[in-house]
Each structure stands twice: as structure tokens, then as C-alpha cells.
Design a binder for this molecule. Structure first.
Ligand SMILES: [Zn+2]
Length: 124
């Protein structure tokens, strides 16, 4: 959590602007990278929604993703907001822990995709 340089309100790590006074936050290069990372899409959530939600510690979304039709909505929501929510609600010990988990999940999703494509061609 960072604070606004102008009004000292707490601001979420992924925000570029203060939500209470509109001040454009001056970010350290390191914070800028984190902020960009959190605003990025989580491709893992797209290819491997259930596994991703579980790994990202978004347990309610994990359960919701099993519900027909709603699961598709969950997929897109997690694709866009997944990283931010996981960072906020996941109770991660550090940024490094969070980021290595995110990398692992994205890698797992790619592997999952390869297996699915493999099965598809195998069973044709
Ligand atoms: Zn402010």
C-alpha cells in the first residue's frame, strides 16, 4: 500500500492517480513496474481459470468458476482484475512471493493448453 504525496490518503499499488484528490502519483521506477504488472491481464486465468483462481488464492472466484455460464463471466473478470485482487486479498508475504506464484500459474496454464491441444489431436 502506498500513500498519496498530496493528501496522504492510502492508494492501491496499481493506481496512477489518487482516488480521493486526483493527484498524479509520482512512482518510483520499482513501483511503476509493479503497478504495470498489476494492471496487466492474467493469461493464466483465461486458459486455466479454476486452477488459476485457486493458486491466486481467490477462493470465492474458484467456486464461482464451476458454475455454468457464470464461469465464463468469471474467466473474463479474472483475466482483467485477477492480478490486482490476488495481490490485495491473497495475503502474500511479499511482492516476490506473489510474482513468483503468478509466473508459475501462467506457466501452468500454458502447459495445460499444450496438453489440451495434444489430447485434441490425439483423439481425432
Ligand atoms: Zn490524494
Amino acid at each position: 500500500m502506498q500513500t498519496c504525496q498530496q493528501c496522504k490518503q492510502e492508494v492501491e499499488l496499481w493506481n496512477k492517480q489518487c482516488s480521493s484528490c486526483g493527484f498524479h502519483l509520482v512512482l518510483e521506477p520499482d513501483e511503476q513496474l509493479k503497478s504495470r504488472y498489476l494492471r496487466g491481464p492474467s493469461l493464466g486465468a483465461m486458459f486455466f481459470t479454476q486452477g488459476w483462481a485457486l493458486g491466486a488464492r481467490l477462493y470465492i472466484w474458484f467456486l464461482l468458476s464451476f458454475v455454468p455460464i457464470i464461469g465464463i463471466v468469471v474467466l473474463f473478470i479474472l483475466l482483467i482484475f485477477g492480478r490486482r485482487w490476488s495481490w490485495k486479498h491473497g495475503a502474500w508475504a511479499s511482492w516476490a512471493e506473489f510474482q513468483s506464484r503468478m509466473r508459475f500459474l501462467d506457466w501452468l496454464a500454458v502447459l495445460w493448453l499444450i496438453i489440451l491441444v495434444g489430447i485434441y489431436f490425439w483423439t481425432r
